[in-house]
Design a protein around this ligand. Sequence first.
Ligand SMILES: [Zn+2]
Length: 68
Amino acid sequence: MADFICECNSKTVDVRNYTIRVVEGKGVVHDVQCEECGEHMTPVKKERNYTKEGVASLGRMNKSGSSY
Ligand SMILES: [Zn+2]
């Protein structure tokens, strides 16, 4: 299962059953579509894993020794 979000309403939906395919030139694609606008939704990364940006900003803060 995974969380998906659509930009049209910023709602997060927990999708348990969806199909993932690997398409040449596109990478991994899924078939989760928004119920309201029909567009493909965007997978949401769980917060328990830091993103690259999160780790980078954290390291920058430690190095400078001051918060901003
Ligand atoms: Zn939508």
